[in-house]
Write a protein that binds this ligand. Structure first.
Ligand code: SF4
Length: 345
């Protein structure tokens, strides 16, 4: 038995194709309520605390999002709050959506910008995304929900940060949130280096880029992450991490008493550790026994789990790392990048 199991079914996918998407791009599905019930029933005997979600890409993407929310509740043992993640695609198309979010007590909602209109449309993978995000900010504020802006930066868009700084000032976001007792927040980061974001490895920020970040955006970011310097947020250079890890003989297990599983539209099951890709595959709910799938997890039998459990970090970094690279990473993101590339070599 697990202390809890969270299972997320990718029922409908996502309207966007973001270039930083750590989950990666795959075709959207069109699954049914019975599919969600089927998935929940498979995991139910293995915990007394099952949590069921109808998404792991875009929340509330399907028109019957309210019905799906109720269905997830009825299939779950706990009643979780709505994530501070919303569908900006829906909020500009469906007037009822924001009212529904408000009725659930949502106080903050996260939106992602990459710079101005051209860069944001490019990185979101959809035309008009920027205009929709700006409209979404207005709708949220009108409904007393504070926007939280996430900005992914790499060498290709870091020069656009002054534009975002001006946008925040022009929209007077701090004062307008304060006026209803809310709090505007913003943070910058480079994101992990997996899924689609791994393709941006070549243009990952280096220490010299950090000087290009406007002071006010640094202050917002430090407040959000509770850090004292922007270097702490962006982490260490690959060279520093390489020198550290080349002496590290440790291995690790990803097995948890409270796992989160992702189930894709083909019913393949993956642990929510890295992108749902072949090296993390635990099995398929239609063709494998659930006992086998869970044993593959607990016995670290997926290729990636087995590799992390048996191959010391020094071997992985020697094989996949670049000892001269100045690209910035958090240690955890770098280890995961090494693991994913090692599994594919
Ligand atoms: S990052 Fe989120 S919104 Fe963008 S493509 Fe991935 S799941 Fe969709």
């Amino acid at each position: 038995m697990f202390t809890s199991i969270t299972v997320c079914l990718d029922m409908f996918g996502c309207p966007n194709r973001c270039k930083h998407c750590w989950i990666g791009h795959s075709p959207n599905g069109n699954l049914t309520n019975d599919d969600l019930k089927f998935v929940a029933e498979k995991f139910r005997p293995f915990t007394n605390c099952l949590k069921v979600y109808d998404w792991y890409r875009e929340p509330d993407y399907k028109d019957n999002y309210q019905e799906l929310w109720e269905l997830c509740h009825s299939l779950s043992d706990t009643h979780e709050k709505h994530f501070e993640l919303i569908s900006f695609w829906r909020i500009v198309r469906d007037k009822e959506y924001v009212k529904w979010l408000s009725s659930l007590g949502l106080e903050k909602a996260q939106l992602t910008l990459f710079g101005g209109e051209e860069k944001t449309d490019y990185y979101t993978g959809r035309k008009n995304a920027y205009n929709e995000i700006v409209e979404a900010i207005e709708i949220l504020i009108e409904n007393k929900i504070s926007p939280r802006i996430q900005v992914f930066v790499n060498k290709d868009n870091i020069n656009e940060l002054p534009f975002i700084e001006k946008l925040i000032q022009r929209l007077d976001l701090e004062n307008r949130c304060k006026s209803f007792g809310g709090e505007f927040s913003l943070f910058l980061h480079q994101g992990s280096c997996d899924g689609e974001n791994e393709k941006l490895y070549d243009i990952r920020v280096t220490p010299d880029d950090l000087n290009k970040i406007p002071q006010s955006l640094i202050e917002h970011t430090l407040r959000y992450f509770h850090k004292t310097s922007i270097e702490e947020v962006f982490g260490k250079t690959e060279q520093m991490l390489y020198e550290q890890l080349i002496r590290n003989h440790s291995t690790a297990s990803y097995v948890s008493p409270t796992p989160v599983f992702y189930v894709d539209r083909e019913f393949h099951v993956y642990p929510n550790i890295a992108p749902p890709e072949p090296s993390w595959l635990l099995g398929n709910l239609k063709t494998d026994k659930i006992e086998t799938i869970l044993e593959n997890y607990t016995e670290s039998k997926s290729v990636a789990q087995h590799t992390r459990l048996t191959v010391p970090l020094c071997n992985m970094v020697e094989s996949q790392g670049d000892c001269k690279s100045q690209r910035l990473f958090s240690e955890g993101d770098y280890i995961e990048y090494l693991l994913n590339t090692y599994c594919r070599k």
